[in-house]
Write a protein that binds this ligand. Structure first.
Ligand code: SIN
Length: 296
């Protein structure tokens, strides 16, 4: 069934919980009436995973999780990943990373837009085993804006002309932390970061391990296409990214106080939007990430 015709069929949510209609053709669904600080029953965990496979972005409203509670909720879906960046905001809470526009001096700033978060990416594609699921929990939000966008890579792949599908079948792409920093206009990574995170390669067309859908595995961490002259590969990656991030493939999340969202990195690109007064308002979210499997 095409993504746009998907209907919500989840019935196993606990009493008092409600799952809304799909938030956009590209994905997203809001779930209310669940306290994520409580351990999940087996049935509820299964219902959440079914909704995750169907809608790709789950929005849990009205949550207020401590770091420990967020970690405990995350652990119910797999192994938690460490963070790569060594700047202080990222390391403040260990496995719970702070995503923020607040600098080391405690002031909101535009300076931190120089990170990959503000460019289309899929988490940790510069790892041999990239992220499966990312969770972001709103702690402080600007009065307007500060949205997060998601682009559906299965829909984008499906919409490609058959000639392009044939052209890109079997191609492999190098992803690297260095490329990510370069594309984001950030200073190059340190030697330690480079040693810890050498470049890796992945298929350009990835198969979703749960649904079997073919997806474009691209974004800001993609460096170059193996066996293709650099400029030609770069042009193809740019063309695919432009195609894949057209409005019809995008869900834009407008944050509400208490939101905890989680998304599937295996079929989505995402980016933070600098669409708020970044030097005036604080935006603080807590992120945890579940490790995935080797893309094929
Ligand atoms: C991220 O890229 O993980 C963060 C996105 C955001 O800040 O909205």
């Amino acid at each position: 069934m095409p993504e746009t015709q998907t209907v919500t069929t989840v019935t196993a949510f606990q009493a008092g919980a409600a799952i809304g209609p799909r938030l956009s053709p590209a994905g997203g669904v809001a779930i209310t009436g669940i306290d994520l600080a409580q351990p999940l029953t087996l049935a509820l965990r299964e219902a959440i995973l079914a909704a995750f496979r169907e809608h790709h972005v789950l929005v849990f409203r009205d949550q207020d999780l401590s770091n420990d509670e967020q970690l405990a909720f995350t652990r119910q879906f797999g192994e938690i990943e460490e963070h790569v960046a060594r700047h202080s905001a990222a390391s403040r809470y260990g496995l719970v990373h702070m995503v923020t526009n607040v600098g080391d001096d405690g002031q909101p700033t535009t300076k931190l837009t120089q990170t990959g978060n503000y460019h289309w990416h899929t988490d940790k594609s510069y790892h041999a085993v990239p992220s499966l699921m990312t969770l972001l929990h709103a702690k402080e939000l600007p009065p307007a804006g500060g949205d997060t966008q998601f682009a559906n890579m299965a829909m984008a792949y499906e919409a490609l002309p058959e000639t392009t599908k044939r052209q890109i079948a079997g191609l492999r792409v190098v992803h690297s932390w260095a490329a990510s920093r370069r594309r984001a206009g950030a200073p190059p990574p340190s030697e330690i970061e480079m040693r810890e995170r050498p470049p890796v390669e992945h298929p350009l067309v990835r198969t979703h391990p749960d649904t079997g859908a073919k997806t474009l595995y691209i974004g800001n961490h993609a460096s170059h296409i193996i066996g293709m002259p650099e400029d030609e590969g770069d042009a193809l990656l740019t063309e695919l990214l432009e195609h894949a991030t057209q409005p019809q493939f995008i869900y834009t999340h407008h944050w509400q106080d208490g939101d905890l969202i989680l998304w599937d990195n295996r079929c989505l690109l995402h980016r933070a939007m600098a669409n708020y007064e970044m030097t005036t308002h604080r935006r603080v979210l807590h992120r945890t990430v579940v490790t995935g499997t080797v893309p094929f």
